[in-house]
Design a protein around this ligand. Structure first.
Ligand code: SME
Length: 169
């Protein structure tokens, strides 16, 4: 039986992410499957913190197009162009983007009107190529800070250590 995902909403974020890193190592031990990694991480983060939407947009055309991948939550939009919205900005600039108020972010793509704040973290493969972004939306304003950025960047480093997914040329 798989372990139960702990409720970490009341736990200090650095401790919470340390716990999730241990859980990730345990669950994905021996795996180099990017989709399994994305699905597992989405479920862990979504249920541990009670986010609105937690999941991945995969690079399907390098430098051009992201497509929705494994996620938890309400329906996400299918495709996002590089440079568009928070996900497209993080992909184009290859950096984590934290948005305290989505209404103040020019070009924010609204998939769920309840979304108030957001963090998007780039995901790199073992060659350093951008393979996806991890997108987390919250119904709480200003829900994400430095501990989230650090913790999530540590979690997605799993993909750079373990997976190589060639993207179509
Ligand atoms: N909020 C995102 C769009 C994706 S969904 O919310 C799932 C953005 O602006 O990039």
């Amino acid at each position: 039986m798989e372990p139960v995902i702990p409720d970490l909403r009341a736990v200090p974020r650095d401790h919470a992410y340390a716990q999730l890193c241990d859980m990730q190592a345990l669950l994905l031990e021996g795996s180099d499957d990017a989709i399994a990694g994305m699905a597992t991480l989405s479920a862990m983060l979504h249920h541990a913190f009670g986010h609105l939407w937690t999941g991945f947009y995969r690079v399907v055309e390098p430098g051009r197009l992201l497509r929705v991948g494994p996620y938890q939550g309400s329906l996400g939009c299918q495709d996002i162009a590089f440079g568009r919205g928070v996900c497209g900005t993080a992909a184009a600039e290859r950096r984590t983007v934290v948005v305290a108020d989505v209404h103040a972010f020019p070009g924010h793509i609204t998939c769920d009107p309840r979304s108030r704040s957001e963090i998007v973290v780039p995901v790199f493969d073992a060659t350093g190529a951008l393979m996806a972004v991890l997108d987390i939306d919250s119904a709480v304003p200003d829900a994400f800070g430095d501990a989230d950025r650090d913790g999530l960047e540590r979690l997605v480093a799993w993909f750079a250590r373990t997976t190589y997914v060639p993207v179509p040329a």
